[in-house]
Design a protein around this ligand. Structure first.
Ligand SMILES: [Zn+2]
Ligand SMILES: [Zn+2]
Length: 282
């Protein structure tokens, strides 16, 4: 079968022919339908993601950690899963720390976790993947065209969850128990900025998304559909501040220290800054 192969830490990417995976006992055989390419993939291909590594003893790895597929075959006892559309979970626990044992490999304490297509485990940019059903999430048919976004969305959900857990130290919801009196600013109109704006909106926040340039037509289109306001921050945040008052949540997706610094003085008492981007060491 064909697969997209990388050899971290060396910068490289190629399409290779590799043997099809074999169905193991208690496993399922998945045909991959779509995979996404995100900044992490680009960093691996360019050899600049420090965590990227093949499994010990191997010199190549299948790329891809955001995928959706359909179960084509299943081992005995799992036949019910055949025909189901599934998302594959990328991070797998170390099997030793309590967080991993409780199913929260995102909080692994040993660093011994593996991550498909990133760290010591083959990813999903291949025609077929055989996996353990513990690591799949079924996708309702009506969400098929957007479900490939579930992996990045889960990271953003976790960020908002962390914001809300932190703010629970005080009374931070509005008088009617919602967040509609709270103003959230999302910096950056890339895919992550768009996704988190939708999410904040669904939590009830008043959301403004900003960028230092005008919107591209496709961005304009998405924002008008979800009802999120845009502000061009090329001249700073003064004008927006005059209009909306101080910001309660600042959600940065740019990882640019100068951008973050310029917004800090407009933040409200008890507000919270969420950093989602990764700044690379100079
Ligand atoms: Zn990603
Ligand atoms: Zn762990």
């Amino acid at each position: 079968m064909k697969a997209v192969l990388v050899s971290p830490p060396r910068p490289d990417v190629r399409i290779g022919d590799i043997p099809e995976p074999r169905l193991f006992d208690r496993g399922i055989y998945i045909r991959i339908l779509w995979t996404e390419i995100c900044e992490t993939d680009r960093e691996i291909v360019n050899g600049v993601l420090p965590i990227a590594s093949t499994s010990p003893g191997k010199d190549e790895m299948i790329l891809g950690h955001e995928a959706i597929g359909v179960v084509e075959r299943a081992s005995k006892g799992l036949e019910d899963l055949v025909g189901r559309y599934v998302i594959l979970v990328s991070r797998r626990g170390c099997g030793r720390c309590l967080n991993c044992l409780a199913g929260r490999a995102d909080y692994c304490e040993t660093g011994g976790f593996v991550e498909a297509g990133i760290k010591e485990l083959d990813g999903f940019m291949a025609e077929y993947v055989v996996d353990d059903p513990r690591y799949i999430v079924e996708v309702p048919r009506e969400l098929l065209d957007v479900a490939v976004l579930a992996q990045p969305l889960s990271d953003l959900e976790k960020s908002i969850e962390s914001v809300l857990i932190t703010q629970r130290r005080m009374i931070w919801s509005c008088e009617d128990g919602t967040y509609r009196c709270r103003k959230a600013i999302v910096i950056g109109t890339g895919p992550i900025g768009m996704l988190v704006s939708m999410l904040l909106k669904s939590y009830g926040f008043r959301v403004t998304i900003v960028n230092r340039r005008d919107l591209y037509p496709h961005e304009k289109n998405v924002l008008s559909k979800i009802g999120v306001k845009f502000y061009n921050s090329s001249n700073g945040y003064e004008e927006l501040y005059k209009e909306t008052g101080p910001f309660d949540v600042v959600f940065d997706t740019t990882a640019k220290p100068s951008v973050i610094k310029s917004v800090l003085r407009f933040m409200n008492y008890n507000s919270i800054l969420a950093l989602f981007g990764f700044a690379r060491a100079p």
